[in-house]
Design a protein around this ligand. Structure first.
Ligand SMILES: [Zn+2]
Length: 263
């Protein structure tokens, strides 16, 4: 199982080495801004690296919203990120499920997702797997609770999309982690990436504050159980820099190792 971390984008391979990570995830542009990603000088190194690369789309991307001043640039920015992520050999582009505004019909968010994926397909496709991530907050989110995720997947499942399961978001979003992998796979058929994070906040708080795997309100063994069941690459998006994340990676490796039978 490949285990890595979300890192600073300046020199992701050095960050991977500092964490003994098999994989890295990073942003290609300001996560709160609309600027398109720029070509990277280290593209050849990233493509050739042993380390698996994942890209996280900016947080502001919301292809579901009814606000067309956000929805239209979101579509374009998502596609621009897919192209830039493909250029560095990324294995996937993670994007949050998004939400519609209070009072708006959640079905419109799903239809907007379909249009965004149709737009991408008409533009030549993404070029790499786009992984929709569950989110912690919002009453009108497309991928906070599994009932909403099921309605979304009914419509977009025919497109080339994957799923990224974030354990902090699931817990804070109000989904029990016990048995979660099976419940998600019954909807999506797949989990392509796990974001293994503990949560500083309570179950169903709707808040998105990650903690180190042995901190927070989630029983650490439950995180290990989710990671084991998902059997997908793992990224920790936890605090504490290289030291904190190195500890989280070591914790997962230690607990995922095949148990030695006492014969
Ligand atoms: Zn995440």
């Amino acid at each position: 199982m490949r285990i890595g971390a979300h890192v600073d984008p300046t020199d992701p391979l050095a960050e991977a080495t500092a964490r003994t990570a098999d994989a890295v995830q990073f942003f290609l542009s300001d996560p709160q801004g609309w600027k398109a990603p720029q070509p990277r000088a280290d593209a050849d190194r990233l493509r050739a690296a042993e380390v698996d690369v994942y890209v996280h789309a900016p947080y502001i991307v919301n292809v579901a919203t009814g606000n067309n001043r956000i929805r239209i640039p979101s579509r374009k920015l998502l596609l621009a990120h897919a192209e830039a992520a493909t250029a560095i050999g990324a294995k996937g582009l993670v994007v949050h499920g998004g939400h519609v505004n209070a009072g708006a019909d959640p079905a419109s968010g799903i239809e907007n997702w379909r249009k965004a994926l149709a737009y991408a397909a008409d533009s030549g496709g993404f070029g790499l797997p786009v992984l929709i991530e569950n989110t912690a907050g919002g009453e009108n989110a497309c991928a906070r609770r599994l009932d909403a995720l099921a309605r979304l997947w009914d419509v977009i499942g025919e497109y080339e999309v994957g799923f990224c399961l974030d354990t902090c978001h699931a817990h804070a979003g109000g989904e029990e982690l016990l048995g979660l992998v099976d419940r998600v796979k019954a909807i999506t058929g797949r989990i392509d990436l796990v974001h293994a994070n503990n949560s500083k906040d309570a179950f169903d708080s709707g808040r998105d504050r990650h903690d180190n795997l042995r901190g927070g309100t989630i029983e650490p063994d439950l995180l290990v159980a989710v990671v084991r069941a998902a059997d997908a690459p793992v990224i920790v998006e936890t605090p504490g820099g290289a030291e904190g994340q190195c500890g989280d990676i070591a914790f997962l490796r230690g607990h995922l190792a095949p148990e030695t039978s006492a014969v």
